[in-house]
Design a binder for this molecule. Structure first.
Ligand SMILES: CC(C)(COP(=O)(O)OP(=O)(O)OC[C@H]1O[C@@H](n2cnc3c(N)ncnc32)[C@H](O)[C@@H]1OP(=O)(O)O)[C@@H](O)C(=O)NCCC(=O)NCCS
Length: 147
């Protein structure tokens, strides 16, 4: 099995949008190749191919002074990490993540952030393995509408 991770291209947007889950809002650009092209661009995308077939993608950004962590200047953030179901568990997520970490370090980012749900055990294990530690909690709250 030959796994290759390369920079994303506009021509990958159809595969990226197709592999992504159903968006919560219709204007989520990751689910829409046209919006990806017009509003996001290929910068920050990595694509994994297994024997030439699209296997997954990662999307990161480089920013300055995150509102959620005062005192950090230049930082990287993993926005999306996705491996197609049939390719999961073969090390591809880890390869993309390590490549993103290398790229972001090279770009001078002092800190790299990512996020996932507390129920996503696979992602949490992968992030722990690649050096990420919890630092901020976001609460999802709910109330019954009849109460
Ligand atoms: C999370 C995700 C990106 C992981 O990618 P992957 O290619 O399947 O993971 P890898 O094969 O690179 O595994 C790397 C590590 O993740 C953990 N892992 C992978 N599959 C696992 C499983 N089924 N159960 C528990 N841990 C698992 C392990 O720590 C593993 O390292 P190890 O094999 O040395 O123990 C992938 O499962 C995915 O796309 N899931 C749906 C989208 C998602 O949840 N994205 C992430 C956060 S938003």
């Amino acid at each position: 099995m030959d796994v290759k991770v390369r920079k994303g291209r506009v021509s990958d947007f159809a595969n990226i949008a197709r592999s992504y889950w159903k968006p919560e809002v219709p204007w989520d650009p990751i689910a829409n190749p046209r919006m990806l092209k017009e509003h996001v661009g290929a910068k920050g995308f990595l694509v994994a191919e297994t024997d030439g077939e699209f296997a997954g993608f990662l999307h990161y950004l480089v920013g300055q002074h995150p509102w959620f962590d005062k005192g950090t200047s230049k930082y990287g953030q993993i926005l999306e990490l996705f491996v197609k179901t049939k390719f999961q568990g073969q090390g591809i997520g880890q390869i993309m993540l390590e490549r993103a970490i290398t790229d972001l370090k090279r770009k001078g980012c002092s800190t790299i952030y990512t996020h996932t749900d507390e129920t996503n055990e696979v992602a949490l294990k992968l992030y722990a393995k690649t050096g990420f530690r919890p630092f901020l909690k976001t609460f999802y709250l709910k109330r019954r509408s009849e109460s």
